[in-house]
Design a protein around this ligand. Structure first.
Ligand code: IPM
Ligand code: MG
Length: 370
């Protein structure tokens, strides 16, 4: 059965690294290993330049209809001054919200060949395999009110303003993300940490209450509460103590960047954003994207690392297309080329062979069927 992918390369290095996914899909289709139909669209600054919006309605419709969305990256200095509502990031946030992709899976795996590239000592990161499960459609990202009001003259001076963001969580939102995390923990190391700031935030108090209720349904999973700040510290102190970490939208954003860097480079980390299974078909809406951003400073130079993008496509095979075998092979091919000593600039080490985006993509394809 043909499966439909919507590719949204976005901005900066997004376009270059997406080409490597297109090449991989062409290879897989051409060798009869997959049967994907591809559509392309625009998001972020690219969409703003073309349509004056961070994503067009046409592309939103395509995203709704697709079996999976493969997303590159958005943003860049060119769009620093566009109105807040149509800034590049708004396209990504709208996709997450409208497709109801509440579960963001961010695995941080340290490839053996890259243990030296980590800022931490080899023994601390070698064999690292963490999964951060980040709530993605709630919390302070979307809570209302979200405003900046002019106060004018106050006791603190003239031109005073007040900015408000709102952190909101309801029971069902915490319940469903925790269930995803407990289920995933059951397929791995059976340990789950829930990170919040219940010592300061009411939303943290509710988060922990609901997480503990869900934990009662999963007696085989070892459950621990951890304060989010301590979690950040423990991630750089002794990261291998973690298996799965479940947390809210904002803490998940921050903690996943920390976890990413443990593995050597932000250029290595894929992610999956999943909705609830459809009641009739059982299929989840899904978007796959690298954790890194659009890296405008290196865009267009042909040096961006396509591994996180390609690994995101592998996650699509695993979570949307029930093809774990092919996902495993792609991940093994990535490990293989790293083992052969190929490195993009972000993970370059002495004695390795420096390659560009295109060479890295081609090497992974060659390894796959080699
Ligand atoms: C991420 C990014 C996004 C986020 C930005 C680009 C809006 O940092 O996916 O981690 O904050 O969620
Ligand atoms: Mg982030």
């Amino acid at each position: 059965m043909t499966e439909n992918l919507l590719l949204l390369p976005g901005d900066g290095i997004g376009a270059e690294i997406m080409v490597e996914v297109e090449n991989l899909i062409a290879h897989l289709n051409g060798t009869g290993q997959t049967d994907f139909t591809i559509e392309k669209g625009q998001v972020g600054g690219a969409a703003f330049d073309a349509h004056g919006a961070a994503i067009s309605e046409t592309d939103m419709d395509k995203a709704m209809a697709a079996d999976a969305v493969i997303f590159g990256a958005v943003g860049g200095p060119k769009w620093d001054r566009v109105p807040y509502e149509v800034r590049p990031e708004a396209g990504l946030l709208r996709l997450r919200k409208d497709l109801q992709l509440f579960a963001n899976l961010r695995p941080a795996i340290c490839y053996p060949a890259l243990a030296e590239a980590s800022a931490l000592k080899r023994e601390l990161v070698e064999g690292l395999d963490i999964l951060i499960v980040r709530e993605l459609t709630g919390g302070v990202y979307f809570g209302e009110p979200k405003t900046i009001t002019d106060l004018g003259v106050t006791q603190h001076g003239t031109g005073q303003k007040r900015a408000i963001d709102t952190q909101v969580y309801e029971t069902y939102e915490i319940d469903r993300i925790c269930r995803v995390a407990f289920d995933l923990a059951g397929t791995r190391g059976s340990r789950l940490h829930s990170a919040d700031k219940k010592n300061v935030m009411k939303s943290g108090v509710l988060w922990d209450e609901v997480a503990r209720q869900v934990a009662a349904d999963y007696p085989k999973i070892e459950f621990s509460h951890i304060l989010a700040d301590n979690c950040a510290m423990q991630l750089v102190r002794h990261p291998k103590q973690f298996d799965v970490i479940v947390t809210d939208n904002l803490f998940g954003d921050v903690l996943s960047d920390v976890a990413a860097m443990l593995t050597g480079s932000l250029g290595m980390l894929p992610s999956a954003s999943l909705g609830a299974p459809d009641e009739k078909t059982g299929k989840r809406k899904a978007l796959y994207e690298p954790v890194h951003g659009s890296a405008p400073d290196i865009a267009g130079k042909g040096i961006a690392n396509p591994i996180a993008m390609i690994a995101s496509f592998a996650m699509a095979l695993r979570y949307s297309f029930d093809n774990a075998a092919l996902a495993d092979r792609i991940e093994a091919a990535i490990a293989g080329v790293l083992g052969d000593g190929l490195r993009c600039a972000d993970i370059m080490q002495d004695g390795s062979t420096r390659v560009g985006t295109v060479q890295m993509g081609a090497a992974i394809i060659a390894k796959l069927d080699g």
